[in-house]
Every structure is written in structure tokens, then in C-alpha cells.
Design a protein around this ligand. Structure first.
Ligand code: HEC
Ligand code: HEC
Ligand code: HEC
Ligand code: HEC
Ligand code: HEC
Ligand code: HEC
Ligand code: HEC
Ligand code: HEC
Ligand code: HEC
Ligand code: HEC
Ligand code: HEC
Ligand code: HEC
Length: 266
């Protein structure tokens, strides 16, 4: 109880002092009733931190608005000293979010973002496409938040931050050639994909291909296994039926004679 009294007394005193100070500072700027009228240039006389903050990195809150556009009133007379963001920002999904200052931690440096914790929903107010891609292609990446990977806004992580490559030296760009990161199980690769990138997991097939003496020996795996992993082609897709109809009728399986797709015998 006593504490509260002391506090309100301090408040009263500071209000009195403040009103007096305002009069001293602003006697040259008065409204019709003779009360002090603040100009943007006055603020710095008593507040050093905020003007400096804006000066350093105020972005459009420096160029497009003044202190007074936001702080339309001043204590002790005015109770509406702190503006709501919605005073100027409304009408878009992003502006319906809660706790704007949870991310825009300093209204005087609005793009100085503090992105902390696991965040997904708020990101989708601007990056809807990535959200749909994740939902339409469920993978273990769908189970983590956007900020699990993008912990600083706009930062693109290397895969190696969290994964071992299949083959030493594989770069993130190469990973992305097979795995679109927001749908990593939609694995599709170009025909030029080097063989070691496949034999990392299909070692035996690689060894068989080393043995064949036919023209197949030099092919990349992806030349035949085109498109989506693990697509398996038919010999007929490329060769049709090159022998006599009698042969193909009697022995419809090409591999009855050519033995193995990878260690092809001619
Ligand atoms: C004569 C000194 C002085 C000037 C000039 C001044 N202020 Fe203040 N301002 C203060 C003091 C002292 C407080 C603390 C008052 C309080 O808490 O009751 C304060 C508080 C504030 C607050 C916080 C209000 C709250 O409710 O927490 C804002 C915002 C503010 N000032 C903005 C401004 C702006 C914008 C300007 C220029 C247009 C300005 N001030 C000019 C002295 C000044
Ligand atoms: C785009 C709107 C906007 C502009 C422009 C702006 N402010 Fe603020 N200001 C705010 C908001 C919002 C807060 C409340 C911050 C909080 O709650 O932490 C605030 C807080 C303050 C405070 C109180 C700080 C505290 O710790 O209580 C002062 C003082 C202040 N501003 C001064 C200024 C001055 C001086 C300028 C111009 C150089 C200015 N502001 C420009 C939005 C603005
Ligand atoms: C008095 C009006 C006003 C208030 C209040 C206000 N803003 Fe702004 N803000 C603007 C204007 C004007 C712009 C520039 C045009 C735009 O981007 O809409 C802007 C731009 C921004 C930008 C982009 C900055 C840039 O340089 O691209 C962010 C972020 C922002 N505001 C966040 C906030 C947040 C968060 C709040 C509440 C703490 C807030 N604003 C309160 C007027 C305001
Ligand atoms: C989860 C974090 C987060 C929250 C919460 C958040 N923002 Fe943002 N906001 C961002 C990010 C990230 C950007 C993009 C910044 C960039 O372009 O560099 C942004 C950009 C903006 C911009 C400028 C660009 C634009 O497209 O409008 C404004 C204005 C803005 N926010 C206002 C707000 C307001 C108002 C709120 C509360 C209703 C809010 N923000 C809540 C993260 C957030
Ligand atoms: C208010 C809109 C807005 C919000 C909210 C927002 N962003 Fe952004 N984001 C942008 C803009 C604008 C860019 C810059 C785009 C560009 O450079 O083409 C960007 C860029 C990015 C980039 C880099 C893109 C590139 O091509 O390098 C990533 C990654 C990103 N945002 C992730 C996120 C994540 C994660 C969140 C949630 C924490 C988020 N964004 C919230 C507007 C937003
Ligand atoms: C597993 C890590 C990871 C997760 C989770 C993740 N991203 Fe990304 N994101 C990346 C990587 C890596 C890139 C670079 C992709 C590229 O260059 O093709 C990227 C690129 C982006 C881009 C740039 C444009 C694009 O699509 O290439 C945006 C925007 C983006 N992410 C937003 C998001 C959003 C929103 C979420 C949550 C729904 C999210 N990301 C989840 C790793 C991730
Ligand atoms: C910030 C960490 C992080 C980054 C960066 C990251 N991932 Fe992942 N990724 C994970 C986690 C966690 C899992 C689930 C792992 C598990 O359960 O063992 C995963 C799983 C995967 C899976 C298996 C998906 C499934 O559903 O089985 C693939 C494929 C994958 N990541 C590829 C990539 C590629 C390619 C990149 C770079 C473009 C990348 N990741 C970047 C964290 C990450
Ligand atoms: C030539 C295409 C290709 C490249 C390049 C590639 N991957 Fe894969 N990755 C695959 C295939 C295929 C799978 C197995 C999918 C399955 O199990 O059905 C896989 C599986 C994964 C998995 C799931 C766990 C596992 O090991 O089975 C992760 C994680 C992964 N890749 C990450 C990466 C990363 C990181 C890179 C880059 C360093 C990368 N991949 C490069 C094709 C590729
Ligand atoms: C990270 C390990 C990994 C990599 C890299 C990988 N695969 Fe696979 N592959 C697997 C696994 C696991 C299976 C079996 C599960 C399945 O069907 O997805 C498989 C199955 C296959 C199948 C057999 C399908 C069937 O019906 O029997 C083919 C064909 C195949 N992969 C081709 C390739 C090609 C071509 C590449 C390189 C472009 C490649 N794989 C890269 C792990 C991998
Ligand atoms: C993606 C297309 C493709 C597929 C699938 C394919 N081949 Fe081939 N094959 C070729 C090409 C291209 C050549 C070389 C033709 C040339 O240089 O005249 C070739 C050559 C051959 C040759 C002659 C080899 C030599 O050294 O003269 C035989 C035999 C053959 N293929 C059999 C098969 C059999 C059997 C299958 C199924 C197991 C098959 N091929 C699947 C494209 C394919
Ligand atoms: C000339 C085309 C061709 C090339 C090149 C080729 N494959 Fe195949 N692959 C096939 C055909 C056709 C089949 C189906 C064989 C069958 O029906 O028994 C097959 C089957 C497979 C299978 C599943 C059955 C098995 O044998 O394990 C895997 C895995 C596979 N290939 C991986 C690879 C890898 C890895 C490479 C590169 C080292 C590769 N293939 C190169 C045509 C090819
Ligand atoms: C009855 C055994 C037999 C069957 C079944 C068979 N082949 Fe052959 N094929 C051979 C022999 C032997 C040769 C090598 C002699 C030659 O050049 O005619 C050959 C050669 C080929 C050549 C190379 C032709 C050239 O001009 O160099 C291709 C391509 C080929 N076969 C594809 C196929 C395909 C595709 C099938 C299945 C649709 C198939 N074969 C079924 C025995 C067979």
C-alpha cells in the first residue's frame, strides 16, 4: 500500500515537472489554448535513444512517417501516446497476426527482425506457395517449422548443416538437383546426373555396369532411369522389338538372352 502511494506521488511529481519542462521548451510553439505543441524536431531534446535508433535503421518509419504520426499524443495530457500498428497497417493477412512486436521487436527499426522459436503460420501470410508445397508433399521436412531451417529471415541453409552427403563433396546445389527442399521425397534428376551419385546407394548395380562390354557401359544411370526415382524403363521403350516377330513371340523377355540390364550380354 505504502509502495503504491510512493509510486503515484513520484508520478505526480514527474508529471508536474514534465509539464513545467514542456512549457519551458515549447513556449514558442503553442496551440490556440496556449498549450505546448510538439514538433518532431523537439523530441530529441528529451529523448535520445529513439531518434538515434530511427536515424540508424528506421527504413520507411524514418522516410514515410514522423514521430508525431505515430505518437499523436504525449503524457501527461495525452493517454494515446503509443500507437497500435493497425492504425496504419491493415487489410492484409499479414496485418491480422498477433503480437507484431514479437518479430518487429523495435518499431523504430521495423525491419530489424527477431525471429525466435518455431514459426510456420505467420510465414505463410507471405510465402503461401512454400506452405502448399510442404503440405501437398508430406515429408519429414513438413514436420519441422519454417524457422527450423530459416532461423534468420531470408537465410538459406546448406543441407550439410543437418545431413551427411551420399558421396563426399556433394554440394547443396547438387542435392537440390534431386531433392526440392520443400518436397524432398519428390526425387527427380537430370539425365546428366553422375553415376557415383546413384551407386552411392546402388553399389552392386554400379559394379555390374563396369563389367558389361556393350555400349550400355558408358551410360549414366539416369539416362535409362529417367525422371522420378525409382523409375524403371522397359528395353522396348528405347529399342522396340528389333528381332524377328517369331523370336519375340517365343521369348518375350529380352533378358532371357541379354541376361542382365546392367551387365548386358550381346
Ligand atoms: C521536455 C522533454 C520531452 C520532450 C520534448 C518530449 N518528451 Fe516524450 N517524454 C518525456 C518524459 C519525461 C516522458 C515520460 C513521461 C511519463 O512516463 O509520464 C516521456 C514519454 C514519452 C513517451 C512514452 C509514453 C508512454 O505512455 O509510455 C513517448 C512515446 C514519447 N515521450 C514521445 C515523444 C515524442 C514523439 C516527442 C516529440 C514529438 C517527445 N516525446 C518529446 C519528455 C519529453
Ligand atoms: C511507426 C511508428 C513510430 C514512429 C515513427 C516512432 N515511434 Fe516511438 N514508439 C512507437 C511504438 C509502437 C512504441 C512502443 C514501443 C514498445 O512498446 O516497446 C514507441 C515507443 C516510444 C517511446 C517510449 C519508449 C519506452 O521505452 O517507453 C519513445 C520515447 C518514443 N517512442 C519516441 C519516439 C521518437 C522520438 C520518435 C521520432 C524520432 C518516434 N518515437 C517515432 C512507434 C513509433
Ligand atoms: C502512423 C502510421 C504507422 C504506424 C502506427 C506504424 N507504421 Fe509501419 N509503416 C508506416 C508507413 C507509412 C510505412 C511505409 C509504407 C508501407 O510499407 O506500408 C510503414 C512501413 C513499415 C514496415 C516496412 C518498412 C520498410 O522500410 O519497408 C514495417 C515492417 C512496419 N511498417 C511495421 C510496423 C509495425 C510492426 C508497427 C507497429 C509497432 C507499425 N509499422 C506502425 C506507417 C506506420
Ligand atoms: C512471425 C514474425 C512476424 C510477425 C508476428 C509480424 N511480422 Fe510483419 N514481417 C515479418 C517479416 C519476416 C517481414 C518481411 C521482412 C522483409 O521483407 O525483409 C515482415 C514485413 C512486414 C511489413 C512490410 C512488408 C509488407 O509486406 O507489408 C509490414 C508493414 C509488417 N510486417 C507489419 C506487421 C504488422 C502490422 C504485424 C502485426 C499485425 C506484423 N507485421 C507481424 C514478420 C512478422
Ligand atoms: C510480410 C511478408 C513476409 C513474411 C511474413 C515473411 N517473409 Fe520471407 N520474404 C519476404 C520478402 C518480401 C522477401 C524477399 C523476396 C525476394 O528477395 O525476392 C522474403 C525472402 C525470404 C527468403 C529468401 C528468399 C530468397 O530467394 O533468397 C526466405 C527463405 C524467407 N523469406 C523465409 C521466410 C520465413 C521462414 C518466414 C517466417 C518466419 C518469412 N519468410 C516471413 C516477405 C515475407
Ligand atoms: C529443411 C529445411 C527447410 C525448411 C523446413 C523450409 N525451408 Fe525454405 N528453403 C530451404 C532451402 C535449402 C531453400 C533454398 C532452395 C533452393 O534454392 O532451391 C529454401 C528456399 C525458400 C524460399 C525461397 C524461394 C524458394 O522456394 O526457393 C522461401 C520463400 C522459403 N524457403 C520459405 C519457407 C517457408 C515459408 C517454410 C515453411 C513452410 C520453409 N521455407 C521451410 C530450406 C527449408
Ligand atoms: C536445419 C536442418 C535441416 C536442413 C538444413 C535440411 N534438412 Fe533435411 N531433414 C532434416 C530433418 C530433421 C529430417 C528428418 C530426419 C530424420 O528423421 O532422420 C530431414 C529429412 C530429410 C529427408 C528425408 C525426408 C523423409 O521424409 O524421409 C531428405 C530427403 C532431406 N532431409 C533432404 C534435405 C536436403 C536435400 C537439404 C538441403 C537442400 C536438407 N534436407 C536440409 C533437417 C534438415
Ligand atoms: C542423384 C540424386 C540425389 C542426389 C544428388 C542427392 N540425393 Fe539424397 N536421396 C536420393 C534418393 C534416390 C534417396 C532415397 C529415397 C528413398 O529412400 O526412396 C535419397 C535419400 C536422402 C535422404 C533420406 C535418408 C537416406 O539417406 O536415405 C536424405 C536425408 C538425403 N537424401 C539428403 C541428401 C543430401 C543432403 C544431398 C546432397 C549432399 C543429397 N541427398 C543428394 C537422391 C539423391
Ligand atoms: C540415398 C540412397 C539412394 C540413392 C542416392 C539412389 N537410390 Fe535408387 N533406391 C534407393 C532405395 C532405398 C530404393 C528402394 C526403395 C524405393 O523403391 O524407393 C531404390 C530403388 C531404386 C530402383 C529400383 C526400383 C524397383 O522397382 O526395384 C531404381 C531403378 C533406382 N533406385 C535407381 C536409382 C538411380 C538411377 C539413382 C541415381 C540417379 C538412384 N537410384 C539413387 C536408394 C537410393
Ligand atoms: C533409355 C534407352 C535405353 C534403354 C531403356 C535400353 N537401351 Fe539398349 N541401347 C540404348 C542405346 C542408345 C544404345 C546404343 C545404340 C547405338 O549406339 O547404336 C543401346 C544399345 C543396346 C545394345 C547393343 C549394344 C552394343 O554394344 O552394340 C543392346 C544389345 C541393347 N541396347 C539391349 C538392351 C536391352 C536388353 C535393354 C533392356 C534391359 C536395353 N537395351 C535398354 C538405349 C537403351
Ligand atoms: C541401359 C539402361 C539402363 C542403365 C544405363 C541402367 N539401368 Fe538400371 N535398370 C534398367 C532396366 C531395364 C531395369 C529392369 C531390369 C529387369 O526388369 O530386371 C533396371 C533395373 C534397375 C534396378 C532394380 C533392379 C535391380 O537390378 O536391382 C536398380 C536398382 C537399377 N536399375 C539401378 C541402376 C543404377 C544405379 C544404374 C547406374 C549405375 C543403372 N540402373 C543403369 C536399365 C538401365
Ligand atoms: C533369343 C534371344 C534374344 C532375345 C529374346 C532378344 N535378343 Fe536382342 N539380340 C540377341 C542377340 C544374339 C544379339 C546379337 C546379334 C545381333 O546383332 O543380331 C542381339 C542384339 C540386340 C541388339 C543390338 C542390335 C544391333 O543392331 O546391334 C539390340 C538393341 C537388342 N538385341 C535388343 C533386344 C530387345 C529390346 C529385346 C526384347 C524386346 C531382345 N533384344 C530380345 C538375342 C536376343
Amino acid at each position: 500500500m505504502q509502495k503504491k502511494n510512493t509510486k503515484s506521488l513520484t508520478r505526480l511529481l514527474s508529471a508536474l515537472f514534465f509539464s513545467a519542462a514542456m512549457c519551458i521548451v515549447f513556449t514558442h510553439n503553442a496551440d490556440a489554448k496556449g498549450a505546448a505543441v510538439l514538433q518532431p524536431s523537439d523530441c530529441i531534446k528529451c529523448h535520445s535513444k529513439e531518434p538515434r535508433s530511427i536515424e540508424e535503421n528506421g527504413k520507411k518509419h524514418q522516410t514515410d512517417v514522423t514521430c508525431l504520426d505515430c505518437h499523436v499524443e504525449h503524457p501527461p495530457e495525452g493517454t494515446n501516446a503509443i500507437p497500435a500498428c493497425s492504425m496504419c497497417h491493415s487489410g492484409e493477412a499479414h496485418y491480422q497476426l498477433e503480437n507484431c512486436m514479437g518479430c518487429h521487436s523495435d518499431p523504430h527499426q521495423p525491419l530489424n527482425l527477431q525471429i525466435a522459436g518455431d514459426i510456420t503460420g505467420p510465414c505463410l501470410t507471405c510465402h503461401e506457395d512454400q506452405g502448399f508445397e510442404m503440405q501437398d508433399n508430406p515429408s519429414k521436412h513438413t514436420d519441422v517449422s519454417c524457422t527450423f531451417c530459416h532461423n534468420v529471415h531470408g537465410l538459406i541453409p546448406d543441407c550439410s548443416k543437418c545431413h551427411e552427403p551420399h558421396v563426399a563433396g556433394q554440394t547443396t546445389t547438387e542435392c537440390l538437383a534431386c531433392h526440392p527442399v520443400h518436397s524432398p521425397l519428390m526425387i527427380e534428376y537430370p539425365m546428366t546426373t553422375p553415376r557415383p551419385y546413384c551407386t552411392a546407394c546402388h553399389e552392386e548395380v554400379g559394379e555390374l555396369m563396369e563389367q558389361t562390354r556393350t555400349k550400355h557401359q558408358t551410360f549414366t544411370c539416369a539416362f535409362c532411369h529417367r525422371g522420378e526415382h525409382p523409375n524403371v524403363p522397359l528395353c522396348r521403350t528405347c529399342h522396340g522389338e528389333p528381332h524377328s516377330q517369331t523370336t519375340h513371340k517365343k521369348m518375350p523377355e529380352c533378358l532371357e538372352c541379354h541376361l542382365d540390364a546392367h551387365n548386358l550380354v550381346k
